[in-house]
Write a protein of this length. Structure first.
Length: 349
């Protein structure tokens, strides 16, 4: 176990993008100093989110090139900008809006770190964007803990966000319907003990849900997919008096070329709510801070310790440029978007 403070400057390897659209390449970086609110982390693992391969093509956050992606990570603190809050040797996980996780070392803000406790380092790296999106949408916006015994349909239930959403719904005592089309996705939903699994490659989702609910529809729908075909189905299965929860504001959907299904949802006598983190502020750092203060990471540690919520890792990518590029390509093709995919950046304890 590493416990000694690392001496600055430190030079290390990173998996970087030279410019938008360029392939992942191995590049050296050097960190010479830290601000008082920062720590230096030796990265153990970083998880891939759907935004990573997209940002490899567009760099929509305008990160300075060459840029390193990987917004969620786990690792060990090896240097402190100032004392207080953490110490060298602490095993932590967190998120970093500037990316940087696909590297051997990372600068991170103390404010966005959490001790991982009993969570192993690989799993800890997944409790970032995907988990917090599901947590905010369902626990804070949807208030599902107040709806035990209700029926919920979760679209994209086997994905990074979806598989966390399934577990949060089960934790809250809801009956869960999930759909998937690939064998790996269907297997994952069965492992999660989803109450009713629909194979949309062979079954009509709308007909199956209506049959399961006696023609009424479900009390809650959660659609985090940003997919028009999914919206077309999920908007038609919400029951009168139900709540339809989706990601993305109307403006975001318009930019993505997606049709707003609000008229269909309201026509069924249901309420639409948007689980969108942007309402916590326009600066992404404030969003992360707000969500952290609202208890998501701490509850993740408790739930893991109690055996109530576990991320399912379906692939571990080695710290190699070609391997990360292949993982990005597979994400864009939709061939490995099951559970969570992580990158092993260094040794863990």
């Amino acid at each position: 176990m590493h416990s000694q403070e690392t001496t600055l400057p430190v030079t290390f390897q990173s998996l970087a993008i030279a410019q938008p659209g360029a392939p992942v390449s191995l590049q050296s970086r050097t960190i010479t100093s830290l601000k008082n609110d920062e720590v230096l982390i030796r990265v153990h693992y970083a998880s891939i989110n759907a935004m990573d391969p997209k940002m490899a093509l567009t760099n929509r956050f305008n990160l300075p090139s060459p840029y390193v992606l990987g917004f969620d990570f786990s690792g060990e603190i090896v240097h402190l900008g100032s004392k207080g809050g953490f110490k060298v040797g602490d095993q932590v996980f967190g998120s970093n809006i500037a990316g940087g996780g696909f590297a051997e070392y990372l600068l991170a803000k103390k404010l966005f770190l959490n001790r991982r406790g009993a969570i192993p380092a690989p799993e800890a790296s997944t409790y970032g964007i995907a988990y917090m999106t599901a947590y905010e949408s369902l626990m804070l916006t949807g208030k599902i803990e107040k709806r035990p015994g209700r029926w919920i349909y979760i679209a994209g239930a086997a994905g990074g966000v979806g598989h966390f959403a399934v577990q949060l719904a089960k934790l809250s005592g809801l009956n869960v319907i999930g759909s998937a089309g690939k064998s790996a996705s269907l297997d994952l939903l069965r492992r999660l003990q989803v109450d009713h699994v629909i194979d949309y490659s062979k079954q009509d989702v709308v007909k199956e849900i209506m049959k399961l609910t006696g023609g009424r529809g479900v009390d809650l729908v959660y659609d985090p997919t940003y997919n028009q075909a999914s919206y077309d189905q999920s908007a038609r299965v919400i029951a009168a008096g139900g709540v339809y929860i989706r990601l993305g504001t109307r403006e975001h959907m318009a930019r993505s070329g997606l049709e707003d299904m609000t008229p269909v949802i309201k026509g069924r006598g249901a309420k639409l709510v948007v689980g969108d983190q942007s309402r916590y502020g326009t600066n992404p750092l404030y969003m992360v801070r707000a969500l952290s203060l609202l208890g998501g990471p701490k509850r993740a540690v408790s739930w893991y310790t109690e055996g109530k919520l576990r991320p399912l890792i379906t692939q571990t990518v080695p710290f190699e440029a070609n391997a990360l590029q292949a993982a990005f390509d597979a994400f864009l093709k939709g061939t490995n978007n099951v559970g969570k995919v992580i990158v092993q950046c260094g040794r863990s304890t």
